[in-house]
Write a protein that binds this ligand. Sequence first.
Ligand code: GLN
Length: 316
Amino acid sequence: LIIPSWHQFCCQIKSIYEFCKPVTQGKVADYIPQLSRFDPNLWGVAICSVDGQRAAWGDAKKPFCVQSVSKAFNYAIAASERGADYVHQFVGQEPSGRLFNEICLDPHNKPHNPMINSGAIIVTTLIQNKLDMADRFDYILNYYKKISGGEFIGFNNAVFLSERSTADRNFALSYYMKELGCFPKETTNLTEALDFYFQLCSVEATCESLAVMAATLANGGVCPITEERCIDSRPCRDVLTLMNSCGMYDYSGQFSFHVGLPAKSGVSGVVIVVIPNLCGIALWSPPLDEQGNSCRGVSFCKELINRFNFHNYDSL
Ligand code: GLN
């Protein structure tokens, strides 16, 4: 077993879960009504080790939308299929230092990285773009199910419709990128491209299913439950690298400094954290801090590093 004293380890994780419960800072996202209706007290934690040991606390079975966490998996899927060199013809590897939905590109007129909206919109257009929309959606949903070892993956149509009807910024960003020739030549229909992007933000998961997905990344792309290879080892390394430098919005540099682990957050209050070769962790609590990261999620990660030497450079 990779974590031999599983029970002791779980006692510590539970105690960190309890430690973060009284955190009451932050504000639930309210740019669409479907997100604003979430109870700020919801708090779930789940872990899955690379050899499939699992545990969960609190609201770990309640579904929520993965939102920007989809950006990490979509990149990993696109890079597994098309190769890193192809994907990075269209998107860079540099933290943008700007808001996640800002209308700005790097000096070569490419999106800075795949973890912000500009880069993520381009990356989704690379996935199975010869299929029609229905088949592409099925394809991704099945792919997510495979990465999660068959755990819960759903879809929230109300969130999708709401995202689409408040999409001025993402449309503006996409037309700007279209003018500058950022899209692959197969992408002719921006409305379809954005629909697909919004659908992937509206995919539902639970802490339990996302912990397995994070553990697949921790395990080099092989799902620890089914032992099926889902993501090639190179794109797995690449997505973890990008999560480490760009996964936590404008807090990414500080998160990397304090926590030193690859992570990705989403506006629903989700954070996935990967401890390479050890385990995946999924955290969910809707209230967000100024940077858009879950307050309880970030405080959990900091406390985890207080108690364990999981920081990338702890072992030196
Ligand atoms: N779906 C929203 C958008 O694309 C927010 C995604 C996120 O989690 N930041 O603007």
